[in-house]
Each structure stands twice: as C-alpha cells, then as structure tokens.
Design a protein around this ligand. Structure first.
Ligand code: ZN
Length: 75
C-alpha cells in the first residue's frame, strides 16, 4: 500500500488513506507514525484487503518518506 493522503496529524501520530498500487483499493489508515521507518517499512508491508498484495510482497516501488517534522527534532 502507499499513503495517498493524511487526514489528521498530531505531533507524529497521524491518520490517513492508503491505496493499493495493484488493484486501486483504498483503505483508512489509523494510528500511523510519521517517521522514516513507518513510511518505508510499515506502510509498504500493509496487505491490501482486496487483492492480498503488499508493496514489499510484489517488489513494488517504495516511496521516500515526506515527514512533517524532521526526525531529529524533539516535539
Ligand atoms: Zn489491492
């Protein structure tokens, strides 16, 4: 899955919408965490409820994280 929108963010915690690159299915994402690990390891491992594929299982492109706050600052 890939993140297509953030709907809400407080500090690094966010909700958003993820979309499957393979079948186009969209799902709500809750309790996301806005750091590089989450964007590049956790989201690509999310399995689509419709086609059961994940970005990592299909060797899809993992997008670089665009963080609201740099990781080295204390919030
Ligand atoms: Zn899918």
């Amino acid at each position: 899955m890939k993140l297509i929108a953030k709907t809400n963010q407080y500090r690094r915690d966010f909700d958003g919408v993820v979309k499957c690159q393979f079948c186009g299915h969209e799902e709500e994402l809750r309790n996301g965490y806005d750091d590089h690990f989450y964007h590049t390891q956790v989201i690509p491992n999310l399995i689509c409820n419709k086609c059961n594929k994940s970005t990592i299982s299909e060797n899809g492109t993992i997008h670089k994280a665009i963080l609201k706050y740099p990781e080295d600052i204390q919030l």
